[in-house]
Ligand binder design. Structure first.
Ligand code: HAM
Length: 417
């Protein structure tokens, strides 16, 4: 009987070094910046009761088509999270932390979407959420934090698009105006957009189909009430004061339905393909309450880790960090000298690696050179006899030095000073 060979499922990836090293470095920068701005990390569970995500909008694809939901062995209807915001609001509603509650996160999300470059069924996001304040200056700080992060990563291809859909009553009025406008042009719309018009006229603004473009270009802009207009003006003033460039994008609609007031997206021109949004977010003032919590407003964003790295590839910035070992231990003795020396180096915080399976001196030296290590620490029969080790630089022509094995770690540390 032949054995089954399993492949990773469509839309999932097996991430390996050095990509995993890059991801870790990227997340470390985000963590440092978020912590430095007063955000504490939150780690929600990967799955929740399906109802937690229903509030993202019955009319959004994320809920209607893309949820990984199933019944568990206890008969509960649950779903893998398609994003973090709803879980963060559920945590707030359940635990009632002090406000404003500022959290950041890093983790995988799951959407049964059509896989393509930059769009996966399992993907990682980093993000922040602030719950419990209406202050538009928080919107400014949140938007600017994402912008500064992309700057720090070295991306120059990112632009910031900003919009406001207003308060719920403004949004409802706008949806009605849009529905009327598109209904008047129904005959000219693509077939898919005619269907979207029935379920979610706002989403129609997001159609990329050429047939719809002229009609979308002529569509009315959001009609903000005084309070929402003042909040948007405060955010644009704030971004101006911080010299964060943005483009007002009255057609910007987000794929999730919970947004009120500020919405925004960071878009990179360095990704070839359709998936150019490297992050997005906005205000969701009714979401905590919709999840059974108090009436507390919220604002946040999530950035796509995978797409950020695609943009970095496009710009040839943020390559993998240097992960070469400092020392390659070469030992041709049968005893445990090689194991011992590598352990001593590692205990002293010096990265060390070595060859296995009793390779010849020549093969071990080849591996040492290939590894990119700075030094080879070599122990042959003579050195084993005298408890010494030969330290040879692999990157300079310096003379090699013989020292006692005990001295090795101290000596290497001193070189790095
Ligand atoms: P989102 O726009 O659905 O918003 O996702 C944010 C970012 O996650 C996107 O801009 C993109 O970079 C990345 N992303 C989304 N879907 C995929 C996918 N299938 N494959 C790869 N990357 C993807 C949210 O998730 C909201 N929770 C953001 C937010 C936070 N709003 C308020 N607070």
């Amino acid at each position: 009987m032949s054995k089954a060979l399993f492949n990773a499922l469509p839309g999932t990836r097996d991430l390996q070094a050095p990509e995993t090293d890059r991801i870790r470095a990227l997340v470390a920068i985000f963590a440092e910046m978020a912590n430095g701005a007063g955000f504490g990390q939150v780690v929600p569970p990967v799955f929740e009761e399906v109802g937690v995500f229903a509030r993202l909008g019955e009319a959004s694809d994320v809920v209607s088509k893309e949820l990984y939901d199933f019944t568990d062995k206890g008969g509960r209807h649950i779903a893998l999270r398609p994003e973090h915001t709803a879980s963060v609001c559920r945590i707030f509603a359940q635990r009632r932390p002090l406000t404003p509650w500022k959290t950041w996160y890093y983790g995988s999300n799951f959407r049964y979407d059509k896989p393509q470059k930059g769009r996966y069924r399992q993907f990682d996001q980093v993000g922040v959420e602030v719950i419990g304040s209406n202050d538009p200056d928080i919107d400014t700080e949140v938007v600017a934090l994402g912008w500064r992060f992309f700057e720090r990563v070295g991306l120059r291809s990112v632009t910031l698009e900003l919009n406001s859909l207003g308060d719920p009553e403004d949004r409802a009025r706008y949806v009605a105006t849009l529905a009327q406008y598109f209904a008047d042009h129904r005959g000219d719309l693509s077939e898919q957009s005619q269907t979207t018009l029935q379920t979610n006229p706002l989403r129609l603004l997001d159609s990329k189909r050429p047939q719809d473009q002229a009609i979308i270009d002529g569509a009315p802009s959001p009609d903000l009430g005084d309070a929402a207009a003042a909040a948007l003006a405060r955010v644009t003033d704030g971004l101006d004061a911080l010299a964060v460039p943005y483009r007002l994008a009255p057609r910007l609609v987000r794929g999730l339905d919970y947004y009120t007031r500020t919405t925004f997206e960071y878009v990179s021109s360095a990704i070839d393909g359709a998936q150019t949004a490297v992050g997005g977010g906005g205000r969701y003032d009714g979401l905590v309450e919709a999840l059974g919590g108090p009436s507390e407003p919220g604002v946040g964003f999530a950035l796509g880790v995978d797409r950020t790295l695609l943009a970095a590839d496009g710009e040839e910035v943020f390559g993998p960090p240097d992960m070469q070992p400092t020392v390659w231990v070469v030992s041709t003795t049968d005893d445990l000298t090689g194991v011992r020396l590598a352990d001593a180096l590692r205990q002293n915080g010096i990265s060390a690696d070595r060859s296995y399976d009793g390779r010849s001196m020549k093969a071990q030296m080849k591996a040492a050179n290939r590894s990119g290590a700075r030094y080879a620490a070599i122990v042959g029969p003579d050195e084993a006899e005298s408890a010494t080790v030969v330290l040879r630089s692999l990157q300079t022509d310096d003379d090699q030095i013989t020292m006692s094995q005990e001295e090795l770690a101290r000596f290497v540390l001193a070189q790095n000073d």
